[in-house]
Design a protein around this ligand. Structure first.
Ligand code: CP3
Length: 345
């Protein structure tokens, strides 16, 4: 048996490394001039997602510029609802707009899970291109949205500050809500499995709105779908590492490795790294959790907080990352300063 050489895979296997491997959520994005140029060439954001050559190109841009230890497939969590038959558009400056699903008739009109690959096959082609194009030391991460987070956009038709429409449907018609989550869970398993077949070495499940689930709902709709997806993927692809990101979980991050079966829990910046080292990293690898605002504001606080995150997680498996995605107003110089600080230059 050979040990995995790539640093991200070593951390995911539980190894404590002298320097944590590093990548950034939304590392391919609008803060990069080369991303903006390629998006323009594609026409718009969704055309970019469905153009394998250009999607691979923007995935590679931050690797070339910064030498991150992982590349994340360029796509979006809302491609799955589109593949299930909902209309999807991204209005400039306004975020996503979708046709909604709020009734049993809407659910009946969704396409069967087997049909999603008709729409999503360009994504698998992007993964295939990337797995041949990445430097040998760089890990390729595939991803999908978690069922709850994706459902919040499908039920509201847009992003919402409190996920009110999804909570309301859950209260009004729980069997319908459960059926929507079940369809999404099965679609997510098949979607991620195809990404792995195409060459993704790790998958990440983004549950950006897990934090608004209260009481038993957090278990039923954040932890349990992540556990089902993780178990099904590991059964199909033995040894596949999985990263789960129940954003906003707060104290409920404790125990999430065991509850989901994920190899790594991604932490947002709502928890102190010292607390998370004691309460979460004891369960396995953690990823995070520098506040992305530091990449806008920079200065000594960027360096101090970067060092604090590295120090707090130094005694266990850790992948350095932000607590959430890098924002379009972030500065490239600050990204360099963060990387140099992590790598001790
Ligand atoms: O991280 C990466 O570099 C990989 C690509 C990636 C994107 N979206 C590209 C993107 C990933 C992993 C995502 C995940 C995603 N998409 C999430 C979960 C993570 C999170 O941020 O909480 C969510 C909730 C979405 C849905 C989504 N996509 C929204 C709400 C928006 C609009 C907000 C915004 O930032 O503009 C998007 C658009 C989007 N997805 C962009 C990118 C680079 C910006 C679109 C553009 O170029 O105009």
């Amino acid at each position: 048996m050979s040990t995995p050489q790539k640093t991200i895979l070593r951390a995911l296997a539980g190894e404590t490394l002298p320097t944590p491997p590093i990548w950034m959520m939304r590392q391919a994005g609008r803060y990069l001039p080369e991303y903006r140029a390629t998006r323009e060439q594609a026409g718009d954001f969704l055309s970019l997602c469905y153009n394998p050559d250009l999607a691979a190109e923007v995935t590679l841009q931050p690797i070339r510029r910064f030498g991150f230890d992982a590349a994340i497939l360029f796509a979006d969590i809302l491609l799955v609802p589109q593949a299930l038959g909902l209309d999807l558009a991204f209005e400039a400056g306004e975020g996503p707009r979708l046709s909604t699903i709020t009734t049993r008739d809407d659910l009946a009109r969704l396409k069967p899970v087997e049909a999603i690959h008709d729409t999503l096959s360009p994504v698998y082609e992007t993964v295939r291109i990337l797995s041949g194009a990445l430097p040998p030391e760089t890990t390729l991460i595939g991803f999908a949205g978690a069922p709850w987070t994706v459902a919040t956009y499908m039920i509201a038709g847009r992003g919402t500050p409190d996920q009110g429409p999804a909570h309301a449907l859950k209260a009004a018609d729980r069997p319908l809500f459960d059926a929507i989550l079940d369809r999404l869970t099965l679609a997510t398993i098949d979607y991620l499995s195809r990404q792995v077949q195409a060459g993704a070495e790790v998958v990440k499940i983004f549950d950006s709105w897990a934090g608004s689930l209260r009481g038993d709902d957090f278990h039923a709709y954040a932890l349990e779908p992540a556990r089902r997806i993780t178990a099904a993927l590991k059964a199909r692809h033995p040894g596949l590492p999985v990263i789960a990101f129940p954003r906003g979980a707060g104290e409920r991050f404790a125990g999430t490795h065991a509850a989901t079966g994920a190899d790594c829990i991604a932490l947002d910046d709502g928890v102190a790294p010292e607390w998370a080292a004691a309460q979460v990293q004891t369960g396995g690898c953690v990823q995070g959790n520098l506040a992305s605002a530091h990449l806008v504001s920079g200065g000594p606080a960027l360096v101090e907080d970067t060092r604090r995150v590295v120090r707090a997680f130094a005694h266990g498996p850790h992948i350095f990352n932000l607590g959430h995605g890098i924002t379009p107003d972030a500065s490239i110089d600050n990204v360099h300063r963060m990387i140099d600080t992590v790598r001790g230059a």
